[in-house]
Design a protein around this ligand. Structure first.
Ligand SMILES: [Zn+2]
Length: 227
């Protein structure tokens, strides 16, 4: 499997190139393109959330805590004084970082469903729905956010699979075939749960005709960039 530095470099380079393409095609403002770049890069770290104490896990935990802290911080001034708000935010972040997130990840097996296309689709649809319904982004913008995350996630899976080919000795490593898979065959219960969640997210997702439109614009812009 590829190491952390390779994953973050490739995800960052691919997302950066795509974000610039989107900017040139007038599909996003400079600020939005920067955010898409970051989302794609984070997507490239997420499959290794199942790898305990990894750098990827640490960074995603910190980002989750930061987002939680921001949303909490925007609500608390209306309901409590500043000192109490600071204690509440710090306490919640510590609980999330040291207890809740590690316990959630403890259920995952390394290279299990977390490293699958099913999770890539589920996470991307969930992020699209959060962007559209909770953050109030337009439908096309929400799909762009989901697509960038999916692209980053997919780059991770492809890289791990490429690194499972031992070119020097012309043989396949033991890990070959475990990086990109539709879902985990060894965890039927979690596959079933993720499949049901995926269907639910797809069901509530905004108009799929907008997705086709975004994909078509993105493809045209990419082809134009390539020449
Ligand atoms: Zn991996």
């Amino acid at each position: 499997m590829a190491n952390f530095r390779t994953h973050i470099t490739v995800a960052c380079a691919l997302s950066g190139a795509l974000a610039t393409t989107v900017l040139y095609a007038d599909m996003a403002t400079p600020g939005e393109a920067m955010a898409l770049w970051g989302i794609g890069t984070v997507g490239g770290l997420c499959p290794d959330l199942d790898s305990k104490n990894s750098m990827s896990q640490c960074i995603v935990f910190i980002l989750c805590c930061g987002l939680f802290c921001l949303s909490l911080g925007s609500q608390l001034p209306a309901v409590m004084p500043l000192p109490m708000a600071i204690v509440t935010i710090l306490g919640s972040m510590a609980l999330l970082y040291h207890q809740i997130l590690p316990r959630l990840c403890a259920f995952m097996n390394h290279r299990g469903n977390c490293h699958s296309l099913l999770t890539a689709v589920l996470a991307s649809l969930t992020i699209t729905n959060i962007a559209a319904y909770l953050l109030g982004r337009g439908i096309e913008s929400a799909y762009l956010i989901g697509l960038f995350f999916f692209g980053g996630f997919l780059s991770h899976l492809v890289l791990d699979e490429i690194y499972a080919i031992d070119l020097k000795h012309r043989k396949l490593k033991k890990s070959f075939g475990t990086a990109i898979k539709p879902f985990s065959m060894t965890a039927p219960f979690s596959t079933l749960m993720l499949g049901a969640l995926c269907w639910l997210q797809f069901w509530i997702t905004p108009s799929t005709s907008s997705l086709k439109m975004v994909l078509s614009k993105l493809t045209k812009a990419t082809l134009m960039t390539l020449g």
